[in-house]
Ligand binder design. Structure first.
Ligand code: C5P
Length: 304
């Protein structure tokens, strides 16, 4: 697309993810932790609109969430500037975002916004870069951003950026819940794990499922997800976030066949057999806990 003085606008959706499995296996010498996790995209989205005008590299950011930074501390802005720097495709860019995914919740909202910006920019660039190059760029922005580029159901190893797609044909009906006053930043959650477990020397009661077995079991339509689900962070974060623990119990009371914290928390999700029971549970959580955010979501398939 050749840009001009008239804004050229594209839209892109950023999906939230939940972790069906999250094993923090060891602490690396670079300070990051080695993960074995299964991420799954769901239909809770931030909606982005990007308007491009010909000109020097410049990014402005506007959103309904006024607490978000508008400079390069915002991962979406950082992604746009990185894309311009790496590809030479420069423009005066305005990003408008309708933010729905709770921040600092373990749902990869910020990472997914950054991935959506990269996808949108690559669509508009007359000389787009390959998916491999885009994935590399994504991984420099954050551990989850490479996954968020593609979405769907994937096994993610390393920092989270080494991905294998999983054939997962089921549509999950989930309710995600979070108390508005509880937030957990990712670095704080990893620091909390380090404090609880002192060091990752193999003495920790981690699940240590072999990745290949995990993929095989998840690909089986009849596998019992409750048996498979696991999150190392639960033991460290739920005691610090009592409202999240209450919301998890509430989802179970409402009939969830499995419930767990997502990512580094404190959002929790419950899985229901169908959309109707998920929506009923969403309403029940909202009326029992008016200060909580609850939303019924479904699986979203990978974009590639
Ligand atoms: O990669 P990202 O920016 O999302 O990571 C934020 C922080 O979370 C890192 O600085 C690190 O402290 C922690 N982290 C980690 N191991 C990972 C991913 C993140 O320790 N695999």
């Amino acid at each position: 697309m050749m840009l001009s003085d008239r804004p050229y606008r594209v839209t892109e959706r950023a999906c939230a993810k939940i972790n069906l499995y999250l094993d923090v296996r060891s602490k690396r010498t670079d300070g990051f932790h080695e993960l074995c996790t299964v991420m799954h995209s769901v239909s809770l989205t931030d909606d982005l609109s990007l308007s491009f005008v010909q000109g020097e590299a410049q990014v402005s950011f506007h959103s309904n969430a006024s607490f978000l930074p508008t400079d390069r501390h915002n991962l979406a802005v950082k992604a746009a500037l990185l894309y311009m720097e790496k590809t030479g495709f420069c423009a005066q860019l305005r990003i408008d975002m309708k933010k729905r995914i709770p921040v600092a919740a373990g749902l990869a909202g910020g990472s997914s916004d950054a991935a959506a910006v990269l996808r949108a920019m690559n669509r508009v660039n007359p000389s787009p870069v390959s998916m491999d190059v885009l994935t590399e760029m994504a991984a420099t922005l954050g551990s989850d951003v490479a996954y968020c580029l593609l979405g769907g159901t994937r096994l993610c190893l390393g920092r989270g950026e080494v991905m294998t797609p999983i054939t997962f044909d089921r549509t999950l009906h989930a309710v995600i819940a979070i108390h508005r006053r509880e937030r957990v930043s990712t670095p704080a959650a990893f620091a909390e794990l380090d404090a609880v477990y002192h060091d990752f020397d193999g003495s920790v009661p981690f699940r240590q499922e072999a990745p290949s077995l995990l993929v095989a079991r998840l690909s089986d339509d009849k596998a019992d997800l409750k048996q498979l689900m696991y999150n190392t962070f639960e033991a460290a974060i739920l005691p610090r976030c009592p409202r999240a623990a209450v919301l998890k119990a509430c989802l179970e009371e409402q009939g969830a066949y499995a419930a767990m914290m997502s990512g580094s928390g404190p959002s929790v999700f419950g899985l229901f057999t169908d959309a109707v029971s998920a929506e009923k549970a969403e309403q029940a959580v909202k009326s029992a806990y008016p200060t909580a955010f609850a939303v019924a979501v479904q699986s979203v398939k990978a974009s590639h």
